[in-house]
Design a protein around this ligand. Structure first.
Ligand SMILES: NC(=O)c1ccc[n+]([C@@H]2O[C@H](COP(=O)([O-])OP(=O)(O)OC[C@H]3O[C@@H](n4cnc5c(N)ncnc54)[C@H](OP(=O)(O)O)[C@@H]3O)[C@@H](O)[C@H]2O)c1
Length: 250
C-alpha cells in the first residue's frame, strides 16, 4: 500500500483520468474525496471504490465556485480528518479554432476551470497541509502546456500557465514539506478525447506523431500520479512529468 493512511482530494474524478486516479489512490490505501459537477457519475465512482473496501466521499460542484472549493476541503477534514494529497485534475478542452475565431467567453471559461480553478483549490488546501507538516500537490497539465498545437490557444495557454504555477507553488512551500509537480499527458482515452478518437482519419493522423503508436490509458496516468503522491517521490518538486508515448521526445 503506497499511500496507506493518507487522505486525497481529486477534482474532476467522475470519469476519465480523475476517476482512474481516485481508484488507484484508494486501492493503495488513501481515503479519497472526489469532485465534479455530475453527482450521479461521482456516486458510481464512490460505489466502485467502496466495493473494493476503499474509502471515498463525493462532493459535487464546480472548481469555478469558491464556496464549493472551500466546502470540499471542509468536508474532507470532517470525514477523514486530514488532507495530504491534492490532485488538480478537473479540466475542459477547447480545440479546433484558430486564435482569431475564439470568442471571449470560451477563453475565460477555459482559463477559469483549468488555471484559476487550480489556484482556488490549491489555495484552499495549503493551510491544512502546512498544519499537517506537508503534502503532495499534483496538477494534471498536458503536452499542450509544453509545446504549441494549432487550434489550441486557450487550452494551451491554460496548461502553460499551470506549468509555471506548479513551479511557483513548489518554491513557495519547498521548506514546508509541500511538494508540487505536474503531469503532462499526451492523448488519453477519455470522454474529453472521444470526438477525436471516434474519428478514424483524425485519430490516425494524430497517432502518426506518437512514437508509441497508440493512445494512452487513464490508468497509465494514474500510476504516475500515484508515484508523485507517495513518499517515494520525497525529493521531487517543481517538476513536469511527460506521459505521452514519446510525443515530445522528438
Ligand atoms: N484526455 C486527454 O487526452 C488529456 C490529455 C492531456 C491532458 N488532459 C487533462 O487531464 C484532465 C482530465 O481530463 P480527461 O481527459 O479525463 O477529461 P474528461 O473525460 O472530460 O473529464 C473531465 C473531468 O473534469 C470535470 N470537470 C470539468 N469541468 C469542471 C468544473 N468546472 N468543476 C469541477 N469539475 C469539472 C468533469 O466532471 P463534470 O463535467 O461532471 O464537472 C470530469 O470529471 C484535464 O485537466 C485535461 O485537460 C487530458
Amino acid at each position: 500500500m503506497r499511500v496507506a493512511g493518507k487522505v486525497a482530494i481529486v477534482t474532476g474524478a467522475n470519469v476519465g483520468i480523475g476517476a482512474a486516479v481516485a481508484k488507484v489512490l484508494a486501492e493503495e490505501g488513501a481515503a479519497v474525496v472526489i469532485t465534479g459537477r455530475r453527482k450521479d457519475l461521482l456516486d458510481h465512482v464512490v460505489a466502485d471504490i467502496e466495493r473494493k473496501k476503499g474509502r471515498a466521499l463525493a462532493v459535487a460542484g464546480s472548481v469555478t465556485d469558491e464556496a464549493h472549493v472551500r466546502s470540499v476541503v471542509d468536508q474532507c477534514l470532517r470525514a477523514f480528518g486530514a488532507l495530504n494529497i491534492l490532485v488538480n485534475n478537473a479540466g475542459i478542452g477547447a480545440f479546433g479554432k484558430l486564435l482569431h475565431e475564439i470568442d471571449e467567453a470560451t477563453w475565460h471559461d477555459v482559463l477559469d476551470v483549468n488555471l484559476t480553478g487550480v489556484f482556488r483549490m490549491t489555495r484552499a488546501s495549503v493551510p491544512t497541509m502546512l498544519k499537517n507538516g506537508g503534502g503532495s500537490i499534483i496538477n494534471i497539465s498536458s503536452v499542450g502546456g509544453v509545446i504549441g498545437f494549432s487550434g489550441s490557444a486557450a487550452y494551451g495557454t491554460s496548461k502553460g500557465g499551470l506549468e509555471l504555477f506548479t513551479k511557483c507553488v513548489a518554491m513557495d512551500y519547498a521548506q514546508n514539506g509541500i511538494r508540487c509537480n505536474s503531469v503532462c499527458p499526451g492523448l488519453i482515452d477519455t470522454p474529453m478525447a472521444a470526438p477525436l478518437l471516434n474519428n478514424p482519419e483524425m485519430k490516425a493522423e494524430v497517432l502518426a506523431a506518437y512514437p508509441i503508436r497508440r493512445v494512452g490509458t487513464p490508468e497509465e496516468v494514474a500510476k504516475m500520479v500515484l508515484y508523485l503522491a507517495s513518499d517515494e517521490a520525497s525529493w521531487v518538486t517543481g517538476s513536469s512529468f511527460m506521459i505521452d508515448g514519446g510525443l515530445t521526445a522528438h
